[in-house]
Write a protein that binds this ligand. Structure first.
Ligand SMILES: Cc1cc2nc3c(=O)[nH]c(=O)nc-3n(C[C@H](O)[C@H](O)[C@H](O)COP(=O)(O)OP(=O)(O)OC[C@H]3O[C@@H](n4cnc5c(N)ncnc54)[C@H](O)[C@@H]3O)c2cc1C
Length: 430
């Protein structure tokens, strides 16, 4: 559908947070909305780590006109699982482009951010470029008027407020739940990027095939090593998940906290020496406490909706946190377009009423809630320790059916956008 983009029909949308979710949401709405993105940071920086995007997520970026392959993102076509004793347990191959119509990509996070920034702000895109304001920390908002207040005392007015301000969301605290409902999961994750020449110059490490287009997992039960290449294979990304009790240092709830390489290697000292040799290639490593968040019972309050980690932060064991945020962005782009084309109570040139905005946001919630919450809970179940044993009940009391692990990938990858999902309504794994 083509939208008439004359200025008197355009929505005014305020997005709080310019993380991966906020940028994708802006890019998805700029065709028909005047988008202002408010970001507390003075500049946009991404932590040095990678993110893999399954076809359900990369499809969203491609449909927005994005291309991560031009940055050297690696198409992933295989999964290999090793035992701690260095025996191959699973060697699976995929052809996502053929089977799902879209690649599964292994990306540097900074490249994803750069591409989304481009899509949100380029003069060449549809509609109007989003305005991104840095140093703009939101401290308050009014869900009935759409007014947002910054720490500087300035205000920004809009028809809709989208809270994409991450796991510690101020928007959530001001609108849905004052209590911060994420808690330590009992596990932490080391993350680092290792230059590939360090792997290639070591015959034993080179023979592991880590730099090919595959995800490699060393599965030691509670302790796991996950690695994959990015940037044309010039970097190898590592995520090492382990119980806090196995750490030889303290982890913090901070994305920027550093870890120690010797402590990391010591935590895996019962693994085959080849894995210790691999881990000892790390130089600059981050150490994050993995947080678990209970499902919220709603994401919408008046003119405001929560999305991304603010709505459904999840453990990383399905690699779906950013991916679900992209699905949220696409759903907002799809549903809110209707506010510019079918204003029932008002003339086409008036802004949509409170009721119209609220109904549209509730529709986004109804499309997204069960799927995002289910994947949030699959991430627990695929996880470690106590998290595995947590149930699959939603915050509204509804119970999801038991998991069928063989169907999980089909369920997660097989998402073709909000329009089709709304029509087919397959909220659960069959
Ligand atoms: C170890 C690990 C591995 C992961 N691997 C994957 C993976 O492979 N694939 C995947 O899909 N996902 C992965 N994820 C999850 C993914 O990183 C997150 O889900 C995603 O980055 C969340 O994006 P977001 O934009 O919602 O939040 P954030 O990235 O947290 O962005 C929030 C933004 O809001 C800004 N902000 C905060 N408060 C305010 C305020 N008051 N005013 C204005 N701005 C504000 C912040 O500065 C920030 O820029 C992983 C996560 C972890 C922990």
């Amino acid at each position: 559908m083509t939208v008439d983009t004359t200025s008197n029909q355009r929505l005014r949308v305020t997005i709080v947070g310019a993380g991966l979710c906020g940028l994708a949401t802006g890019a998805a709405m700029r065709e028909y909305a005047d988008v202002t993105i408010l970001e507390s940071a003075a500049e946009l920086g991404e932590i040095g780590a990678a993110v893999h995007l399954a076809p359900n997520a990369y499809r969203v970026i491609k449909n927005l006109g994005g291309d991560l392959l031009k940055y050297g993102s690696v198409p992933c076509k295989a999964y290999r699982c090793w035992s701690p004793e260095a025996k191959i347990l699973i060697d699976a191959h995929f052809d996502p482009l053929k089977d799902e119509g879209c690649e599964w990509t292994l990306n540097h996070r900074a490249d994803v951010q750069k591409e989304l920034w481009r899509l949100a702000t380029t003069e060449k895109g549809l509609g109007k470029p989003c305005e991104i304001r840095l140093n703009a920390r939101v401290v308050d908002l009014d869900t009935s008027t759409g007014l947002v207040t910054l720490a500087s005392g300035q205000t920004v007015e809009g028809d809709i407020i989208i809270g994409s301000d991450g796991i510690k969301s101020v928007v959530r605290a001001k609108t849905i739940s004052a209590s911060y409902n994420s808690a330590p999961s009992g596990h932490s994750a080391y993350r680092t990027l290792v230059p590939s020449h360090k792997i290639e110059s070591n015959e034993r490490l080179k023979a592991l095939g880590l730099l090919e287009g595959r995800i490699t997992v060393v599965d030691g039960g509670e302790r796991r090593i996950i690695c994959y290449p990015c940037r044309d294979g010039s970097l190898l990304n590592f995520v090492c998940c382990l119980p806090d009790s196995e750490l030889n240092e303290i982890s913090e709830e901070k994305w920027t906290a550093k870890g120690d390489v010797d402590s990391l290697v010591k935590s895996y000292e019962t693994f085959d020496p080849v894995w210790q040799e691999l881990l000892s290639q790390a130089e600059d490593i981050g150490l994050w406490q993995l947080r678990d968040q209970e499902p919220l019972d709603r994401w919408v309050n008046g003119r405001c909706i929560l999305v991304g980690d603010g709505a459904h932060a999840m453990l990383p064991h399905q690699g779906q946190g950013a991916s679900q945020a992209f699905e949220d962005a696409e759903a907002l782009g799809y549903v809110l377009r209707s506010l510019t084309t079918s204003s029932s109570s008002s003339s086409a040139s008036s802004p949509p009423s409170f009721e119209e905005v609220n109904a549209a946001l509730q529709r986004v919630f109804s499309i997204r809630y069960k799927r995002a919450t289910y994947i949030q809970q699959l991430s627990r179940a695929g996880g470690l320790g106590e998290m595995r044993r947590k149930g699959l009940s939603l915050a509204n009391g509804e119970e999801a059916p038991p998991l069928n692990p063989m169907k999980q990938q089909e369920y997660t990858w097989g998402y073709w956008g909000a329009e089709r999902w709304e029509a087919e309504r397959k909220d659960w794994l069959a």
